[in-house]
Write a protein that binds this ligand. Structure first.
Ligand code: ATP
Ligand code: MG
Length: 482
């Protein structure tokens, strides 16, 4: 399949890169059981790469010459998670370890699954079917010595992503690999080697990539959004033309200029969005997605207006359009409904501008609109939005944005202490009470309850049964009876 330079890296001398890693005791114990049954097993893939990088350990993947059925007979608790591909999950000493039988397969003609899985007898062949040199390193479970036939350690040291073998060939086998290359680049801060990068835009590779299932793309996108700087990944996707295949709406934001002489914006909408994603908390996927998509409706909303001071650029109501487009994108990418809804809500609400002159009623209306449980995420989105204006972090204590949000938070706390109702269910009367007082059920009832909530938000003192019944009857008589 590929040129194989097989040697034990135990015998190699790679500057400052270890040729041996420390094997966790759970894996040593597993190894004893494999050996006792007459098999071998290696730690492979991301775990080895991340240990060499001295990163926090991730999931453990083992490769073995035992078949899945044999693995199931060696260990007591085994889940056949991907048995068609030779993978089972072993539950061992409170860990879940993916164990895959050595494989040779290389033909992924539908861009999704290998046509047929062929088992191999040796680890070297198994390593040669892996995607990148940094992922094609195996560690001996007894000694921790590493086997590195494609010089992956050197590439890790130099922070390089390079396919095992010819890039066009390897990408043509499996269209997910180009997406993984870009995701790894953003996640690890590695550069994609020149030939590997160029191969991503090769027409037949691009065709293969466009055939991957949307769920596989989405899962890579999610991993990329957890990187320190997802913007790096989106820029690479743009450069390799991958973005217009999967996220054409984001690509359309390139060169949508938003700076006029008022000077709010330094970047076009594309750069603003990807930097905003960088500025959102990396552990909060919802806010990262909201940041990435919060202005996605701007290309369609853009207008230029002549004012007495000259030409200005406007994007009226872009938040509504952005929320709609964000909904379409996330639904197409098959994100779960709760994420779609939360992201759309944040995008829709992102254009609030708090000023000290807001009345308590205005603060209460703001809370009612956003809903208490979303406030922290909406504020995080604002911080991300401001970050994305100049691609610089927002100082929470002494920047205008930080001070403004801090004041709003204090106002919210204060208002919540004396608020009696922020939604219809908090009112001192309900539909049944009002029906007893003679107001018919139906549309009118809904409208009256909404008006009662507005009245209580203006003045929380009104939230008593007597007062609300009185207001409701007055409204009914005045507006809803002929
Ligand atoms: P992470 O878990 O951080 O996503 P990883 O490298 O462990 O990174 P996995 O998807 O868990 O990635 O895959 C484990 C290993 O399987 C990889 O390191 C690589 O050796 C191999 N692998 C995964 N996907 C592919 C692929 N599409 N083509 C070839 N080899 C692959
Ligand atoms: Mg992994």
């Amino acid at each position: 399949l590929v040129d194989k330079k097989l040697y034990f890296s135990c015998q190699m001398n790679i500057n400052s890169i270890t040729n041996q890693i420390k094997i966790p005791h759970e894996l040593k114990k597993m190894n004893e059981l494999f050996e006792k049954a007459g098999f071998e097993a290696y730690l492979v893939g991301g775990a080895v790469r991340d240990m060499i990088l001295q990163k926090e350990e991730t999931d453990w993947d083992l490769a073995t010459n035992a078949t899945p059925e044999q693995v199931m007979s060696i260990f007591h608790r085994v889940i056949p998670t991907g048995i068609a591909h030779g993978t089972v999950t072993v539950l061992f000493m409170n860990r879940q370890i993916e164990v895959t039988t050595y494989r040779t397969e290389s033909d992924y003609s539908d861009g999704r699954h290998p046509d047929k899985v062929e088992y191999s007898k040796n680890i070297d062949e198994d390593l040669s079917r892996r995607d990148f040199t940094m992922n094609a390193i195996a560690a001996n479970l007894a000694t921790g010595c590493i086997k590195d036939p494609f010089d992956g350690c050197t590439d890790i040291k130099n922070k390089i992503i390079r396919t095992v073998g010819n890039a066009i060939d390897r990408f043509s086998e499996d269209g997910l690999r180009p997406v993984r290359a870009i995701r790894f680049s953003a996640q690890l801060g590695f550069e994609i080697e020149k030939n590997t990068l160029e191969a991503i835009s090769n027409p037949s590779v691009m065709q293969k990539t466009s055939g991957i299932s949307i769920e596989r793309f989405r899962d890579e996108l999610i991993k990329m959004l957890k990187a320190d700087k997802p913007s790096e990944g989106f820029k690479l996707m743009e450069k390799t033309h991958m973005l217009s295949q999967f996220l054409p709406e984001l690509q359309n934001c390139r060169n949508v200029i938003q700076s006029d002489k008022r000077g709010f914006h330094e970047f076009d909408v594309f750069d603003h969005l990807v930097y905003a994603a960088d500025g959102a908390p990396k552990e909060d996927l919802t806010v990262r997605l909201a940041a990435l998509l919060h202005d996605i409706g701007k290309p369609a909303a853009k207008r230029t207006e002549q004012t007495s001071d000259g030409e200005i650029i406007t994007f009226y109501n872009h938040e509504t359009l952005s929320a709609e487009i964000a909904g379409k994108i996330l639904t197409r990418l098959k994100f779960p409904n709760n994420i779609v809804n939360s992201v759309c809500h944040l995008v829709k609400q992102h254009m609030f501008f708090y000023e000290s002159s807001w009345t308590d009623a205005a603060v209460r209306r703001f809370i009612a609109r956003v809903q208490l449980e979303n406030l922290d995420q909406l504020f995080a989105l604002r911080v991300a939005d401001v970050y994305g204006m100049h691609n610089v972090p927002v100082r929470l204590h002494d920047s205008e944005t930080g001070k403004n949000l801090c004041e709003l938070k204090k106002r919210i706390e204060k208002v919540l202490k004396k608020s009696t109702a922020l939604s219809i269910k908090d009112l001192a009367v309900n539909g049944n009470d009002l029906m007893t007082s003679g107001i018919p059920a139906g549309k009118t009832m809904g409208k009256i309850l909404t008006q009662l909530l507005e009245a209580v938000m203006e003045d929380p003192e009104q939230n008593t049964k007597e007062k609300l019944t009185e207001i409701a009857l007055n409204l009914y008589k005045k507006f809803y009876t002929k």
